[in-house]
Design a protein around this ligand. Structure first.
Ligand SMILES: Cc1cc2nc3c(=O)[nH]c(=O)nc-3n(C[C@H](O)[C@H](O)[C@H](O)COP(=O)(O)OP(=O)(O)OC[C@H]3O[C@@H](n4cnc5c(N)ncnc54)[C@H](O)[C@@H]3O)c2cc1C
Length: 376
């Protein structure tokens, strides 16, 4: 009898896994059901380019049905509870039994978690936020932009630095940079968590005259006085505040007791299963692993899990390990980029920035759809 595989969430990880497995499963071992809260797939790295009007909304959204292999059953519905013992996922409109479950519900931003931030702050971590910020930046002629990392962990740890350097470049091109001050704040004692990356990016910030405040943990925003307040008892005025808001995992995981109180799921770092349930796995942003919350991580994990699930369904157990592999491009301006690659044992060393790497990134922004289909 076919094994029932339910993949919860059809973002980067869930979509790649469903498509890879559909193609590899030549023996028809699996009946694959994907449950996603909406019928569109979003290429989230595109938000950064929406802000600077270098990509349009239509380029980063695709109907999910067109992306998924014809063999995959797509259910557009929101999961509300998972019963791991009964092996059932409950949604707002139905229930789905599983032999294997893969949690791929990603992470969500919670701007309201920081008092005052939602009222006056901006962000580019969802489509509406990115479009609003694009319009505000277009209107702004002078003043101070404060860019703050508010929540850890958050997805794409390098996006805040890319945004800052692209902003500098964009304002310079428009002749507005002399009248707009940029201040970058970060909660740790350097501009990025990874020392080798922080060192390289600090050089770029210095060249671009971007002021930096470290050990800056935002706890509150005063919408009237337009000031951020920190745990360290500092206050900083702004005309425009761009924050990376607090993140949480999916509510269904908290409500089902499968995660910690923030929604992150503990999994085995190489096989990605929950300790208590060998038939339940989590990939991508939803996990509590010490990896970046990045599309590349979800992609690498989906590749490992596709092969392991196939092997397990045949009774042979897992055959591959995920070793923390991560790849990130880092835009260092609107026309140059670098990249980093690392894993659990190897730290990243950023490559020398170049136009060539930038264009590879721009090309990947289009080629992503082949990755989602399990082709690239
Ligand atoms: C501005 C920005 C720039 C980025 N740049 C990069 C980059 O350059 N490189 C990179 O590697 N990564 C980048 N990322 C991060 C990357 O987009 C995410 O890490 C990646 O999408 C995570 O994949 P995922 O499958 O875990 O989750 P997601 O892709 O977020 O998908 C989760 C899916 O689960 C669904 N879902 C959630 N809850 C439920 C529920 N209860 N019921 C049903 N469905 C549910 C959601 O609707 C969604 O479709 C960036 C992110 C942002 C915001």
């Amino acid at each position: 009898m076919k094994k029932k595989l339910v993949i919860l969430g059809a973002g980067t990880g869930g979509t790649i896994l469903a498509n890879l497995l559909s193609k590899k499963d030549t023996g028809n071992l699996f009946d694959i059901t994907v449950i996603n809260a909406n019928d569109k797939h979003v290429y989230q790295p595109g938000f950064l380019y929406i802000v600077f009007n270098r990509m349009q909304e239509e380029e980063i959204l695709r109907p999910l049905r067109n992306l998924l292999h014809p063999k995959v059953n797509l259910i557009v519905d929101r999961a509300t509870r998972i019963d791991p013992e009964k092996r059932v996922v409950y949604t707002e409109n139905g229930e789905y039994r599983f032999d294997y479950l893969v949690i791929a519900t990603g992470s969500r931003i919670v701007p309201e978690a920081t008092p005052g931030f939602k009222e006056v702050g901006d962000w580019f971590y969802d489509l509406e936020g990115a479009k609003r910020l694009r319009d505000r930046l277009t209107e702004m002629k002078e003043g101070r932009i404060v860019i703050s990392l508010i929540g850890i962990p958050h997805k794409c740890p390098v996006a805040i630095m890319e945004f800052t350097l692209m902003l500098h470049d964009c304002l310079t091109t428009k002749g507005k940079r002399d009248n707009i001050e940029i201040i970058y704040t970060y909660p740790l004692p350097r501009v990025q968590a990874i020392p080798t990356v922080a060192e390289r990016i600090q050089e770029h910030f210095d060249q671009a005259n971007i002021k930096v405040k470290t050990f800056f943990n935002v706890i509150e925003v005063d919408p009237e006085k337009k000031k951020v307040k920190t745990l360290e008892d500092e206050e900083l005025e702004f005309d425009l505040l761009v924050g990376i808001p607090e993140h949480r995992g999916a509510q269904v995981l908290i409500d089902s007791g499968l995660s910690n109180k923030f929604g992150w799921v503990d999994v085995d770092r190489t096989h990605l299963n929950l300790e208590k349930y060998g038939n339940i796995f989590a990939i991508g942003d939803s996990t509590n692993l010490a990896t970046s919350k990045a599309g590349s991580v979800a992609h690498y994990q989906a590749e490992v899990l596709a092969d392991n699930l196939l092997s397990m369904a045949q009774g042979y157990g897992p055959i591959k390990r995920y070793n923390g592999e991560t790849f990130c491009f880092i835009e260092t301006s609107c026309h140059e980029a670098t990249y980093i690659t690392f894993d659990y044992n190897t730290p990243p060393f950023p490559a020398k920035p170049s136009k060539y790497i930038h264009w590879v990134k721009m090309s990947y922004n289009r080629l992503y759809w082949l990755t989602a289909k399990g082709i690239l």
